[in-house]
Design a protein around this ligand. Structure first.
Ligand code: SF4
Length: 489
């Protein structure tokens, strides 16, 4: 059914075109990135000030981690991680060859392949396809690459109606929010918030139950699927030997998005290429097990081009936009391993910083350890370098990563690079230079530790702790006590 055949209702959709009666979305604008206008501290404070958000993040990440550990309890997890690492390292080391192979097979299948060197080009290509094909409404399944290029704003600016179809992404869109986690976009939201939003959209109070809320969203999303001319997806992997794009979802929206509308457009990072279908036997369990704790997601879709003459359904046209946007610059360099990432989100679940501050504190698309790595790499040190400081370097992310990316080595490298580029604040540079000078000389080291013991004695409080109001360190010490007894006094 085309959109013109569908009788418009009075209700307005997220960007203004008709959706079913009783499904009026609030007029929120798409959420904007905060880099570089705010600091990590300011963004983190906002989440910390919402105790419900912190509880929701802690509860959801704990649960995800438990499921992951259970999932791999009976298998040789370490051997599987070794294989995963080997496949990703091999694919990235030979990326140009595998991409060429993928393009050859994809084009032979009838897929139209585009290359976007940067975010602007990606937006122009997708908007151009929509204009050429007369697409007025697109449905979208979850795609972090589309978040990277702010695709929704660009399409809506061009007058195209965009409807996110992953339930979490749909809530994010309707709230004018940003995803807070790679796998679980509304991890930072509570059911009550979703209930309030959907009741506002419905124009009456809905039952505050998961089934009722999902049924409400489903009714509108079905209509959107049937009235959209275009479907936009990301891609979890590109299989070089077949020219296919792999999509995993639990809601089936990826499969519908890529097959129901007459034009399918996939926006996929170039690093997602893998050599063979057989590699999925290793990478899929690693992705789903670390993402959601599942053996496999409910839907696994391999799309291989437009509908063939003997097929009853599928898109008339398939486009794949290969996104570079900073990726190829990492090849062969110190940070190449960041390209091994399969976006499972497990490092976010274990990160003690992410678990307190959530994804928005990182200011751009990705949060947690992988966000602290990718943000400076893709946005540059001047804009994104600060987030690489937001880690404890505890190594928990290295221990969980299914493809063994040495995240904390990358983070240390990025911190060093930031310093070399002169982006470290002056006060921090002076403090560390002084500290280095003192502690690299035994006599000065001993003198400085003796002096700090005396200072702690001066700052001692009656309850046996040290005053937390140390001048120049007020923000750090205002939430911490140093017990004197443990310091041996
Ligand atoms: S860095 Fe590793 S753990 Fe983190 S999202 Fe990527 S693959 Fe998953």
């Amino acid at each position: 059914m085309s959109r013109t055949e569908d009788a418009p209702s009075a209700a307005e959709s997220i960007s203004g075109t008709p959706l079913p009666s009783g499904w009026a979305a609030p007029a929120h604008q798409p959420g904007a990135f905060e880099l570089p206008h705010t600091t990590f501290g300011e963004r983190a404070q906002r989440t910390m000030a919402r105790p419900f958000a912190r509880q929701a993040i802690a509860g959801a990440t704990d649960h995800a981690l438990e499921l992951t550990l259970e999932r791999f309890a009976d298998v040789d997890h370490e051997a599987l991680r070794d294989q995963g690492r080997q496949i990703r390292a091999h694919a990235i080391a030979n990326l140009p060859d595998y991409l060429e192979q993928w393009i050859g097979h994809a084009e032979a299948n009838g897929t139209i392949v585009h290359f976007a060197a940067d975010e602007g080009e990606a937006r122009r290509i997708v908007a151009g396809i929509c204009a050429d094909e007369g697409i007025a409404r697109v449905v979208k399944s979850k795609s972090m690459a589309s978040e990277e290029v702010s695709l929704n704003s660009a399409l809506e600016g061009a007058g195209i109606d965009v409807v996110e179809t992953d339930l979490g992404e749909f809530v994010v869109q309707a709230m004018g929010d940003r995803p807070g986690h790679v796998i679980a976009p509304i991890l930072h939201r509570t059911k009550d918030e979703v209930h309030a939003l959907f009741s506002e959209m419905a124009g009456h109070d809905l039952p505050n139950e998961a089934e009722a809320l999902t049924a409400f969203a489903r009714a509108g999303l079905r209509h959107a699927f049937l009235t959209a001319d275009g479907g936009i997806t990301g891609g979890n992997f590109l299989v070089a030997e077949t020219g296919e794009v792999l999509l995993v979802t639990n809601e089936g929206n990826g499969r519908l998005t890529s097959s129901a509308p007459r034009v399918h457009i996939a926006l996929v990072g170039i690093e997602k290429v893998i050599p063979r279908r057989a590699d999925l036997a290793v990478l899929l369990p690693l992705l789903t097990g670390h993402g959601t704790g599942q053996q496999i997601t409910t839907y696994v879709t391999l799309t291989g081009g437009p509908r063939r003459a003997d097929e009853p359904d599928g898109p008339e046209q398939t486009h794949v936009v290969l996104l570079d946007a900073g990726r190829s610059a990492l090849l062969g360099g110190e940070f190449e391993e960041a390209l091994h990432c399969i976006r499972c989100g497990a490092c976010q679940n274990v990160c003690p910083v992410y678990r307190q501050v959530g994804g928005h504190a990182y200011g751009w698309v990705y949060g947690g350890p992988i966000g602290a790595v990718l943000t400076p790499l893709f946005r540059g040190q001047a804009e994104g370098g600060e987030v690489a400081q937001a880690t404890t370097l505890c190594g928990a992310c290295d221990d969980i990563c299914p493809v063994r990316i040495p995240l904390h080595d990358l983070l240390r490298g990025l911190r060093r690079q930031r310093d070399e580029e002169g982006q470290t604040p002056r006060g921090e540079r002076i403090a560390f230079a002084l500290w280095g000078a003192l502690w690299s000389r035994p006599r000065l080291y001993r003198a400085s530790t003796a002096a700090s013991r005396s200072l702690l004695g001066v700052l001692a409080q009656a309850d046996g702790t040290v005053s937390t109001r140390l001048p120049g360190l007020r923000r750090w010490t205002s939430t911490r006590d140093l017990p004197l007894r443990r310091l041996g006094r």
